[in-house]
Design a binder for this molecule. Sequence first.
Ligand code: PRP
Length: 177
Amino acid sequence: MKPAAGSLLISEADIQRRITEIGAKISEDYKGGSLTVVGILKGSFIFIADLIRRIDPSILVEVEFITASSYGKGTVSSGEVRIEQDLSVPIAGKDVLLVEDIMDSGSTLNAVHKLLTSRGPRSLRIATLLEKESSRRQPVALDYVGFRIENVFVVGYGLDFAQHYRNLKEIRILDAG
Ligand code: PRP
C-alpha cells in the first residue's frame, strides 16, 4: 500500500515511548508544583495532548494556547512572527512550559519566548518534539527535546503540508514533487 506521505521517519511507537520519557522528566522537575503548559498552535496540538497525560497527576496542570505565524513561511522566512491569538490568562509568577512541535529556524520559539518572558513568569522552559538542523538557526535554549532530525520536510503527528497530514500517527518525510 502506498503511504499517505513519504517514507517513515519516526514511528508511532517511538514517538509515544519518547513522550513517556519526557513526561517522566517533567514530572520529576516540577514535583510538588504546578505548571502552565502553553502550546503553540496549530502544530503542537497532538504533542501537547499526549504530553500532558504523561505528567504526573499530582502536578496541577493548566493548559493554554497561543497562535503564532511567521511571515514568508515556505520560501524565505523573514524571522518576523505575528501573534494571531494570545493566551487567555496572565502568566506572571507562574511556572510555564512552552510546547512546540518543531523548531526549524527558531524564529517562532524565539519570538514567543521573548513575549512570555516579558510577562514575568516565575520560570519558563521549552519542550519541542522535533529539533531540526538549520543553518538559519536563532539561538533558543531547549529544555526538553524529543528527536533531533536532519533538514528534511516532515509531516504527521500535528505537522502539516498545506494543512494536510496532521492526522498521521507517525512522522514521515514528505515526498518531493
Ligand atoms: C511551524 C511549526 C513551528 C514553526 C517552526 O508552524 O509548527 O511553529 O513552523 O519554524 P521556525 O522554527 O522556523 O519558526 P507553521 O507556521 O507552519 O504553523 P502551524 O503550526 O499552524 O502548522
